[in-house]
Design a protein. Sequence first.
Length: 73
Amino acid sequence: MIGDRLDNDIRPARLQGWKTIRVLQGFAKFQSPRDEFDEAGANLAQLMELLPLFLPAIAELAVVDEGRGRSST
């Protein structure tokens, strides 16, 4: 889950066992975690920081596709 609010985004996702990324923007950036379920797996100041978090997974998918004889392009 990628979201900005602790109460509507991060907490419900964590309670379901999902990985979370919090974008610190708007009013929600002033929310403080109440407990471990309000703590996101990663905190970003802006969405531009999101791509580097996904690059390792994208690279891994490309390797898997090459191993299956598929082109990743």
